[in-house]
Unconditional design. Structure first.
Lengths: 308, 377
């Protein structure tokens, strides 16, 4: 296995040890591999990260130090996609147009407060990469419900006596509906998920226009699980169809990881304290909605397939 | 529609004059979001820049995004412009604060319009007065010519002070009123206003990876704020220098911080902002004419200069075209802060008429609390 990982990871990290993320932070794993794969795919192109208010305001490091080997521009909560658009246009005017301008936004800024701005940047097909770093709640402020919080989940504003009703906002279909060149979902686990993750970043690196990468970000304090379990939980999320790995390439839907045997979603939910209060009936309802979405994605895959 | 830049002496509305100034200033990016009565500025800019491949015109999805776009682009090294009014300025409030703390020399125009509720499109200064503490330099104009000239000066002041500048003018009274305007030549503007040369240690440069606006320790945070205050103190001098250089370069008077009209030894004085400062000049032919002081540069506030001008005036009447509920109006409060005893009269809200007679009644009033003139009259 280690030989395999050496083949996958050859670059020096651009997120340095000593960053301020929590132990076991899934998004830190995402960031490390996102930047690594992006720089490996296009070694001559510089990277500017545009980061709206989030855990990453903290993780980036206390002034005057930085945990990154790339430029990091911290912005207000709702305007990151607009700011990335402005930076890209300015760098183009200064002859630095091949710079990757990347928004790294959480689900709060993407699904909620910055939604209009993300949508507008996609509608303009800005030449930027937008990463939705989805840990399914406002984690930086201490686990409050967002538009990405899953059905039934506990948060501090959806207590177990009144947990989240309804299903999370389907950003993948929403962003695909903008007709942008590339949408993908990514989960940084071990192999083969890591290979899938990095292949999607590599593909995004060479596409022009608005690219939307939706990364699942396992969060030990917010999801309530031991810090060593992040990778295992990500695998269960994918294997249970809770977080399908897909890409939409020029309008063509494709499920990129189809588990040989679907894990019951209960085996994902049971790993985390945020779902501990769910009754059997409630788990069954989550299972039903997970299955319905998977079937929908399969239909999208079949109906959008290009005839060979 | 593509449009040629007007040349020489011509007739323009305030909004058109603003658009012409932005092109003459060689703004490289224009961030756009419509709102009445500002909209004509960006419409004209869209026409004027349609066939220019050296200028990016960006249609954004809100004023908050518009300022975010323009501030980030400026931080990446290019000269930018944005325009708004009223609710749009208020909607951008957090961006305005952040702009001055980041020392981004963005120039924006605010066409003053009253704020909701109730809905009104008419002018007063409640919008930009609500943003007076955000760290922007604020310049208030009373004519199309002054708007054009002040935008040119604003870029110079902004980039020398590394502070954002909000150039304000009342909606309709200035924005939609056609006046004779002298449009300077591009060559003359180019020699007055050098290209934007962002300081290297400030610039967002992908080749020099750094983190911007990261969390500092409290003492470092406080130093950041102190730096902005010091830049404002420096800007007082820069505003005066820009006006003096402008007058020399273009051969017409450019107001720096204050415009004085009438007898400096008059017994009474009216202190006002914008078009009310013009209206007040009609009192100069009265039997006992006041000294008229029009405040052009409102932030940094020319307090010392104003106190010195008003030192021997026995009755000072400050006119505020913006409310500040539960306290004197903003201008009244500022004038008093420099030791001047003044009566503060609030009038002209929501575009209500301010005539010479209104101002005569204002001069006759006196009191410690703000007097809302016109409400009972």
């Amino acid at each position: 296995m280690s030989v395999w990982l050496d083949e996958v990871i050859q670059e020096e990290p651009l997120l340095f040890p000593g960053h301020a993320a929590c132990a076991g932070c899934g998004p830190a794993i995402n960031m490390r591999h996102f930047l690594g794969a992006l720089s490996a795919a296009t070694p001559d192109r510089k990277i500017v990260l545009v980061v709206p208010a989030s855990c990453w305001t903290i993780i980036a490091g206390a002034w005057p130090v930085s945990a990154f080997g790339v430029s990091v521009y911290l912005t207000p909560f709702a305007s990151a996609a607009a700011e990335a658009s402005g930076i890209k246009a300015a760098l183009r005017q200064r002859g630095l147009g091949d710079t990757h301008v990347v928004v790294w936004g959480g689900d709060g800024s993407t699904n909620d407060i910055g939604f209009a701005t993300v949508s507008a940047a996609a509608e303009r097909n800005e030449d930027i990469i937008y990463v939705l770093n989805d840990n399914e709640a406002y984690m930086n402020t201490g686990v409050q419900k967002s538009g990405a919080t899953p059905e039934g989940a506990w948060t501090t504003t959806t207590p177990t006596t009144a947990p989240r009703k309804g299903t999370k906002k389907d950003m993948d279909r929403i962003m695909a509906a903008h007709g942008i060149p590339y949408v993908a979902t990514l989960a940084a686990g071990s192999l083969p998920l890591l290979k899938d993750f990095r292949a999607k970043v590599t593909r995004a690196a060479t596409i022009e226009g608005f690219r939307f990468l939706h990364c699942l970000g396992a969060c030990p304090p917010g999801w309530r699980y031991p810090t060593g379990d992040s990778v295992e939980i990500v695998h269960r999320a994918v294997d249970s169809h809770y977080f399908p790995l897909l890409e939409v390439n020029a309008g063509e839907w494709h499920i990129t990881q189809k588990p040989k045997k679907q894990l019951p979603v209960a085996e994902f939910l049971s790993t985390q304290g945020r779902f501990a209060h769910l009754s059997e009936d409630e788990v069954a309802l989550v299972q039903q909605h997970v299955d319905e979405r998977w079937e929908l994605l399969e239909r999208l895959e079949q109906s959008s397939a290009v005839a060979v | 529609m593509s449009m040629e830049l007007p040349q020489g002496r011509t007739v323009l509305t305030g909004n058109e004059a603003a658009a012409v100034a932005v092109v003459l200033a060689r703004a490289q990016q224009i961030a756009c979001y419509p709102i009445t009565p500002q909209t004509l500025i960006v419409e004209r800019l869209a026409d004027l820049t349609a066939e220019r491949d050296d200028i990016v015109f960006a249609n954004l999805d809100s004023e908050h995004s518009m300022f975010g776009y323009a501030l980030a682009a400026e931080r990446a090294g290019v000269r930018c412009f944005a325009a708004t009014s009223s609710q749009g300025l208020l909607y951008s409030h957090e961006q305005l604060h952040r702009a001055s703390r980041e020392r981004i020399p963005l120039v924006a125009v605010n066409v003053n319009r009253s704020v909701v509720a109730p809905w009104s499109l008419e002018p007063d200064l409640a919008d930009s007065m609500s943003e007076r503490d955000t760290g922007w330099i604020q310049l208030y104009c009373s004519s199309a010519q002054e708007l054009l000239d002040s935008i040119l000066c604003a870029y110079r002041i902004a980039e020398e002070a590394m502070l954002p500048v909000l150039v304000c003018a009342e909606g309709f009274l200035v924005s939609h009123t056609a006046e004779t305007v002298d449009v300077p030549s591009q060559a003359a503007v180019d020699s007055f206003l050098p290209p934007f040369q962002p300081p290297e240690d400030w610039l967002l440069d992908p080749n020099r990876p750094r983190a911007f606006s990261g969390l500092p320790e409290p003492n470092d945070y406080a130093t950041y704020q102190q730096n902005v205050a010091e830049a404002h103190d420096l800007a007082r001098t820069l505003i005066a220098e820009a006006a003096s250089d402008f007058s020399a370069a273009f051969g017409r008077e450019k107001v720096a911080s204050l415009e004085l009209s009438g007898d400096p030894n008059a017994d009474t004085a009216i202190v006002a902002i914008g078009t009310i400062g013009e209206t007040a000049r009609e009192l100069l032919t009265d039997d006992e004419p006041p000294l008229v002081v029009r405040v052009h540069a409102y932030r940094p506030f020319p307090g010392e200069e104003l106190a010195s001008v008003l030192e021997h005036v026995s009755h000072v009447c400050v006119i505020d075209r913006a409310p500040a509920f539960g306290a004197p109006g903003p201008l009244g409060e500022d004038v008093r802060a420099y030791g001047v005893t003044a009566t503060d009269v609030v009038c002209g809200l929501g575009g209500s008429d301010v005539t010479p007679d209104t101002l005569r009644r204002a001069l006759a009033a006196s009191g410690r609390e703000a007097i809302y003139l016109g409400v009972e009259a």
